[in-house]
Write a protein that binds this ligand. Structure first.
Ligand SMILES: O=C1O[C@H](COP(=O)(O)O)[C@@H](O)[C@H](O)[C@H]1O
Length: 247
């Protein structure tokens, strides 16, 4: 089962970051009030960085107990530990170090200097995720590239067609760095909520295509626009700024 997308538009880019942060905190608090330990899939990218800073700003006033939240990433850039290019390093700097997440609950893709090959790192991340329910995210957040990519699954790239895997090595990425690790579409499909977050006129066309109808893995529509594939089991929301909101 997958949920039809809903669009939530904010008045500005900064209002978008605030709206998503508020909604995420509400959702995590609700899950914790039911006794759950919610798992969240984070994204990298520019608007994600702004939203993470809003999480840090708003968390002190929120009932969310960050020590009982489990964090993952939908994708990671292949760079050494501590490199600011890594999505997890950006998130640590923006909010994780501020809000009191238990380090044992922060599951990062191994770094390029961890002694593993790219393929071994993808496998290690898959194994860790399998131990924790393989993608049972309360919320999976995804950015959208101007080309329609999500996580590190790019249009026409073979990694976007892989089945029977949780995470895949991505080589020859059209966006730097060329090597990455990404969740597969199959690993995304157990997410209760899939939240796309997009801002900026350069993404308007990709967002319009992503909203033009769901696509099956491997279909021509999915190959052309990967953002047409991921949908939540309960809800799918496109959080947009004025530049990306369809007229
Ligand atoms: O490289 C990446 O880019 C996308 C989109 O980022 P943005 O800066 O265009 O918002 C992001 O979703 C992905 O996690 C990241 O690795």
């Amino acid at each position: 089962m997958s949920a039809a997308p809903e669009v939530r538009s904010s008045a500005s880019r900064s209002a978008l970051a605030t709206a998503v942060a508020v909604a995420l905190l509400d959702r995590l608090a609700d899950a914790q009030s039911r006794g759950e330990v919610p798992q969240v899939g984070l994204t990298g990218g520019t608007i994600a960085d702004e939203l993470h800073r809003e999480l840090a700003r708003l968390s002190p006033e929120s009932p969310v107990d960050w020590s009982r939240v489990v964090l993952w990433w939908g994708d990671e850039r292949w760079a050494p530990a501590g490199d600011a290019y890594r999505n997890e390093v950006q998130a640590h700097e923006a909010f994780i170090s501020e809000v009191g997440v238990d380090p044992a609950n922060v599951h990062v893709v191994p770094a390029s200097d961890a002694g593993l090959s790219l393929a071994e790192a993808a496998l290690a991340y898959s194994e860790t995720m399998r131990e924790h329910g393989a993608g049972s995210f309360e919320v999976l957040m995804l950015g959208i590239g101007p080309d329609g990519h999500v996580a590190s699954l790019f249009p026409g790239h073979p990694a976007a067609q892989v089945r029977d895997a949780i995470a895949v090595p991505v080589e020859d990425s059209p966006k730097p760095p060329p090597e990455r690790v990404s969740l597969t579409f199959e690993a995304m499909e157990h997410s209760r909520a899939v939240w796309f977050v997009a801002a900026g006129a350069d993404k308007a066309e990709a967002v319009a295509r992503a909203l033009s109808g769901p696509a099956e893995i491997g279909s021509p529509e999915a190959v052309e626009c990967p953002a047409r594939v991921p949908r939540g089991t309960v809800e799918t929301i496109f959080w947009l700024d004025p530049d990306t909101t369809p007229s």
